[in-house]
Design a protein. Structure first.
Length: 621
């Protein structure tokens, strides 16, 4: 028993269709190198993509830090502008003993208000206030205008940042929300840049620590910083937040995520290493690439956390892209393989199928040229062979058609003398009895009768001509049998222009007259010819009220009608009186096919109905 590989090879070599065989071979030749190259490129590019993603996030974080620094600088600069105005310097940059001695003009206060209003943009900088030492100054709130006070006493504040200033020598402090009072956060803003103004020191108090005369507070919104942090990364579920050197959160993109990845400030350098460089760190929420970036002159740090699982999304995306590209190349390879195989196999298959069509009909030549190679020579030879076979088949069919027409004319010759003998006998009898007028009418009718039959050599006549022909026949028979039959024709005028074989109605009417009406006791009766259109066919019914046909003779007649497909005469047992009907049925089937011809329905004593079916062919004008 052969091993599976040998069986598969045998099936591929001998049993597989040529086109499938070529498609498989070409596809293998194209797909295997493509798979090797794709795997190699993926292995090399995966690491490159990962490194590029980290570098991209690092550059984006650096850009974000620059944006935050610029925003904070705007707030700090606004406070410095307010502190350098002449009115503020005159009020607060004075020795302690001169505090409250300067009475500002209303115009200068108005200018200070306008400056503060211009600095507040209500999007980032939300409010500006000056908190003065009310222990040394009189009530400056009397200079406030409108609903937004500018001057407020320090004693009215319960903010933690005041204690921070008292224990520090810093002149500027950036305060997170935890260092602001609830009233400040609700009325002014969630973050603040606060600049301390000190009494000037002269003379004996130079060595005394500076004492605050006022604080210029510029409040700004954390929402703007939140928006900047939100655009810091393109990695899903990344966390970016700002923390102060005092380990106080300033702003964060996602509190829920920041909670999983939050690092206290003292651990930043220990856990994350050098600043501004991402490194892989394990958190409670999972491994993540993390880095921190100092925000200059603020004491704040931006921490960026990128979950490792989402960083690898880029690698997975690359893998999916490589798979899709490989599948695209597979489809392209299959398409190219199909084209290459089709260029060879389709021509051979076309010739093979064309040859196979000979089993069901005539051979047909190829419709298009198939080249000049060996396959083209094969197809050209097939076309030549097809032409020769068709020529021989045409010659055979023409010979059969000529034979059919000859047989038809022989059948026609059988019908014409039968009636002629009887009519001439009648004319002779009329002449002997001296009935000259009737002889004249009979001769004229007979002349017209045979003129319609023999005037042209065509086998076909119009339906109108055939109806006239059968009317002449009944006229002659009525002269012979003393008006024994009444002929009624009910055929639409539009059918008279269609063709019908000559001598179709006459044998049927003759049979109705001689073997129907003449067989009754009274020897008289009626013959009705009706016609109508059924789809692509025309149907006639020739009915009489004669004696009818006995069942055994009707069965014999119908059996003969079914077998009337050749040119053999009816069996010797068939009554000679029905030979005209048999020949008529034979002619119709010979001309049009077995689905056309005659059918019979008869009841003894009531009459006979003969149905004639033929295709609707309009006569050429």
């Amino acid at each position: 028993m052969k091993n599976p590989f040998a069986r598969l090879l045998h099936h591929y070599t001998y049993n597989l269709k040529l086109k499938n065989k070529l498609v498989i071979s070409h596809a293998i030749l194209l797909m295997v190198p493509t798979a090797v190259v794709t795997g190699f490129l993926y292995a090399r590019m995966y690491g490159i993509v990962m490194d590029d993603t980290i570098r991209s996030e690092q550059a984006l974080a650096t850009q974000t830090v620059g944006t935050i620094e610029s925003l904070v600088d705007n707030a700090v600069h606004a406070g410095e502008v307010m502190a350098r105005t002449g009115l503020v310097l005159d009020l607060f940059n004075v020795p302690l003993e001169q505090a409250g001695t300067h009475q500002p003009q209303r115009s200068r206060v108005d200018s200070l208000y306008r400056l503060a209003s211009n600095l507040v943009d209500h999007s980032f900088i939300t409010d500006i206030r000056i908190y003065y030492d009310d222990a040394s100054y009189e009530d400056l709130s009397r200079y406030n205008q409108g609903r937004h006070p500018l001057f407020l006493p320090v004693s009215g504040l319960d903010s933690p940042w005041i204690g921070q200033f008292e224990s520090s020598s810093e002149e500027l402090m950036l305060c997170p929300g935890e260092l602001l009072s609830e009233s400040e956060i609700g009325e002014c803003g969630g973050l603040a840049s606060i600049l301390r103004l000190s009494y000037s020191r002269t003379g004996s108090n130079v060595t005394v620590p500076p004492q605050a005369s006022a604080y210029v507070a510029v409040y700004f919104s954390p929402d703007i910083l939140e928006g900047v942090l939100a655009g810091n990364t393109s990695v899903q579920d990344a966390s970016t937040y700002i923390v102060s050197s005092q380990d106080i959160p300033v702003a964060g993109m996602s509190p829920a995520v920041d909670g999983r990845y939050f690092l206290p400030f003292p651990q930043l350098s220990n856990r994350l290493g050098a600043g501004q460089t991402f490194s892989l760190v394990n958190f409670q929420g999972g491994a993540a690439y993390s880095a921190y970036f100092p925000i200059h002159d603020t004491g704040w740090y931006m921490v960026s956390i990128l979950p490792a699982s989402h960083i690898t999304d880029a690698g997975r995306l690359l893998m999916i892209q490589f798979i899709l590209i490989y599948l695209l190349f597979v489809l392209l390879a299959m398409f190219i393989a199909l084209l290459l195989s089709s260029s060879i196999a389709n021509r051979i298959i076309a010739v093979a199928y064309q040859m196979e069509s000979v089993r069901t009909g005539r051979p047909k030549p190829m419709k298009v040229g198939l080249g000049c190679d060996e396959i083209g020579v094969l197809s050209d030879t097939y076309n030549y062979m097809t032409g020769e076979i068709n020529r021989l088949m045409d010659a055979r069919e023409q010979a059969a058609e000529d034979l059919r027409k000859a047989e038809f004319r022989a059948l026609q010759a059988q019908i014409n003398p039968h009636f002629l003998y009887n009519t001439l006998d009648m004319i002779n009898w009329l002449s002997q009895t001296g009935r000259k007028e009737e002889v004249t009418r009979a001769v004229q009718a007979l002349s017209r009768f045979y003129k319609l039959t023999l005037s042209r050599r065509e086998l076909m006549n119009t339906i109108g001509g055939e109806l006239e022909h059968v009317s002449l026949y009944v006229q002659l028979q009525n002269m012979r049998y003393e008006n024994c039959a009444t002929l009624v024709i009910d055929v639409p005028e539009e059918l008279c222009g269609y063709t019908i074989p000559k001598l179709t109605f006459q044998p049927l009417v003759e049979n109705a007259l001689l073997h129907g009406i003449r067989m009754t006791e009274k020897k008289t009766g009626s013959i009705l010819i009706t016609g109508w259109r059924e789809g692509d066919d025309i149907v006639f019914m020739v009915s009489d009220d004669g004696a009818g046909i006995p069942p055994e003779k009707l069965d014999s007649l119908q059996e003969g009608a079914k077998k009337a497909g050749g040119t053999n005469p009816p069996a010797s047992g068939t009554e000679t009186g029905h030979i005209g009907v048999y020949n008529t049925n034979l002619r119709l089937k010979s001309l049009y096919g077995s689905q056309y011809g005659l059918s019979f329905n008869s009841h003894p004593g009531t009459g006979t109905e003969v149905t004639v079916r033929l295709p609707a062919n309009r006569a050429l004008s």
